[in-house]
Design a protein around this ligand. Structure first.
Ligand SMILES: NC(=O)c1ccc[n+]([C@@H]2O[C@H](COP(=O)([O-])OP(=O)(O)OC[C@H]3O[C@@H](n4cnc5c(N)ncnc54)[C@H](OP(=O)(O)O)[C@@H]3O)[C@@H](O)[C@H]2O)c1
Length: 375
């Protein structure tokens, strides 16, 4: 039995992870769960799976069954609970330290929280190596790439092509984009996800974050990472080998597959209902619209600039998305704000996790200041 901790268990990734564990009780035992505020849902999950290690980070929790609460709750839960693997399904930069704690305490990491690699890829990679632990990508594109390149000679890989659905506003003009609401931005055409990643898909910041995540997970030069829009979300990514042939990872858009592959690694098993018949299916591919969706080129700029720029890109985007949801700024202002803060000098590479968090806090403050000036 593989013992599993699921962080962010009440969210979209978390509930899909629990679904996998529910269906594979002979393979996995759930031993720890965490949520931010949704205590009732957390307790119901604990009841169903007989889990006793529970962390609630956003408030104290009214029930004595919550074993860990307050700011250190997550890290204590990870350190105190014996497990083989931690699924990190927390959204946002707050997911970084739990990833670190998982690796430091000798657990493998099934990583959905892309912010971990974007903010601190080199530090996280060397920690995993030092601890002899694995990072198993859960983001569907990175899970696809992981399986496409596994066992191949890296010299034979010409390029990686990450696919993007294009989000709910694919094909919109700048004029149309200026009028969109947060409610519209949250409606993803092919995936059912948390609100932050849904809005990031609408701006294409999600693809930007994924480009940086891919660069850091697989150590592939940035100019060999491409993005293609593929509205049907059936091809989750492709690789082109040096003979110029291409290999694609194709499945229904269902996050249970990459989560299950991470949990079962190196084995594989079908997710119920996942058989895909390609007959009669249409698959189309387009270049992304970089002009109207500047969060994508900005991500390349952040990665090319190196230093702390990826941290800035992620942090300012988080603040800007929240401001958009709170109706303080418009959709088109999200990239404007990100670019403004990125125009400062962030060239110094952080050398420790506290330095990463310090830079993250610094640029959040700067972004909040800019938002206050606008309203
Ligand atoms: N959803 C997808 O299909 C998908 C696909 C690929 C990658 N990802 C990545 O996976 C991560 C999670 O995405 P999601 O869509 O599952 O998000 P979500 O549905 O919003 O769920 C987020 C989870 O994290 C918890 N959480 C929120 N803020 C927290 C905080 N400050 N401290 C501790 N826990 C906190 C939430 O608890 P409460 O419920 O109590 O608020 C919830 O359990 C993101 O990094 C996203 O980019 C998601």
């Amino acid at each position: 039995l593989k013992k599993v901790i699921v962080l962010g268990s009440t969210g979209s990734i978390g509930t899909s992870a629990l679904d996998i564990i529910r269906g594979n009780g002979d393979d996995f035992q759930l031993v720890g769960l965490s949520a931010n505020k949704r205590e009732k849902e957390l307790l119901a999950q604990a009841e169903e799976f007989s889990v006793t290690s529970l962390a609630l980070t956003g408030n104290q929790g009214s029930c004595s069954r919550i074993t860990h609460s307050g700011p250190e709750a997550l890290l204590d839960l990870i350190r105190d609970t014996e497990a083989h693997i931690v699924v990190n399904g927390i959204s946002g930069a707050v997911g970084l330290l739990p990833s670190v704690a998982a690796l430091e305490s000798g657990k493998d990491l099934a990583l959905a929280n892309k912010e971990t690699m974007v903010m601190a890829g080199p530090l996280v990679n060397s920690l995993a190596e030092k601890m002899g632990r694995k990072i198993l990508p859960v983001d569907s594109e990175h899970s696809a790439i992981f399986h496409l390149i596994e066992g191949r000679n890296p010299h034979n890989i010409e390029e990686i092509i990450i696919t993007a659905s294009g989000g709910p506003f694919r094909g919109h003009t700048l004029e149309q984009l200026q009028k969109v609401t947060a409610k519209e931005a949250m409606k993803h055409p092919t995936w059912d996800m948390g609100y932050k990643i849904s809005i990031d898909s609408a701006t294409m910041a999600n693809k930007g974050l994924e480009v940086i995540e891919c660069w850091r997970l697989f150590d592939i030069p940035l100019d060999r990472i491409k993005v293609l829009v593929h509205p049907q979300s059936l091809v989750h990514s492709l690789i082109r080998t040096t003979d110029l042939a291409m290999y694609a990872h194709i499945s229904h858009p269902d996050m249970r597959l990459p989560i299950q592959n991470a949990l079962f690694y190196p084995n594989m098993k079908a997710v119920p209902g996942s058989f895909l018949d390609l007959a009669g299916r249409e698959m189309t591919f387009f270049e992304p619209d970089r002009e109207n969706f500047p969060m994508l080129p900005l991500a390349y700029r952040a990665a090319e600039s190196g230093g702390a720029y990826p941290i800035v890109y992620n942090a300012v985007n988080e603040i800007a998305v929240q401001a958009f949801v709170d109706n303080l700024i418009g959709f088109a202002e999200i990239p404007e704000l990100t670019e403004s803060v990125m125009n400062e000098d962030w060239s110094e590479e952080p050398e420790s996790f506290p330095e990463v968090l310090h830079i993250d806090a610094q640029c959040r403050k700067m972004a909040e200041g800019l938002i206050k000036k606008r309203i």
